[in-house]
Ligand binder design. Sequence first.
Ligand SMILES: *Cc1c(COP(=O)(O)O)cnc(C)c1O
Length: 297
Amino acid sequence: MIPFDIHSPVEPLDFQLFNDKSLTVHIKRDDKIHPFISGNKWRKLKYILQSAQRVGKTHLVTFGGAWSNHLLAIACAGATFGFKTTGFVRGEPVSNPTLSLCKIYGMELRFVNRASYRDKPLLYAQYAAHVPTAYFVDEGGYSTEGAAGCAEIIDELPRPYDHIFCACGTGTTIAGLLHGCTEQGLGTQLHGVTVLAGGDFIPAAVHALYPEMPLEHLTSHTGYHFGGYAKTTPTLTAFIKQFTSQTGILIEPVYTGKLLYSLFDLAEHNHFNPGSSILVVHTGGLTGIMGLHEQFA
Ligand SMILES: *Cc1c(COP(=O)(O)O)cnc(C)c1O
């Protein structure tokens, strides 16, 4: 069995703002799990890889953009646990540090134009027709197996929290967190901060993974995308510099920068009752900073 023993620390976040508003804030350091199979990507892979192994498949085939944390996580996990890996990359052939790392970990990269990329099941079927060991892993690890791995974050917590925050791309992680809280009968309010423009797609994404699960403890925040996926602004980069230089906790503009920004903004605007306890999940993905490093020059 694949050794997936994870237990990331929970650390306090001490800021004057939180004191002033009588808030207790902690951060779950899933960024410490692994440098490249980082954070929620590692969580998601636990049951995905076990399923592949159970059906005797040894070749992971997956999808992502040119700066995808998910592609890198699959490449690295594949090398670590003995799977071949193939990544379909959206768009024209390019080279960048993320894709070079994927190649170093042994991933075969296949660039596909945006029109073809839209039909992932077809791309997969064509590939798998010649590769009987192939196993489909959806973009971003979106699946109930992926969410089940993320739900285990809740099992690791030393205490219950009134609010839990996480950044959302596909919604897999927040779905798992909500599932974990529901299973344990916790009344925690889950806050998903969407990092893409395009409205409130998170409840539907969560519902598709867990059709039975009530969603009244789910809030999605759609106003913190800073222009869309992988977009940033001087306000966001200044916030990231300030947060990281003050805490020693690195965050990046694609996911965790927007996440932490939302928390500070909501606290500033008295969104939380005094006395509330809040947990922020640091979902890792720090290599994302490489694609936007010039914003910090
Ligand atoms: C992929 C990723 C997310 C998005 O997670 P979803 O489960 O797809 O919503 C959040 N944070 C980081 C750092 C990521 O790499």
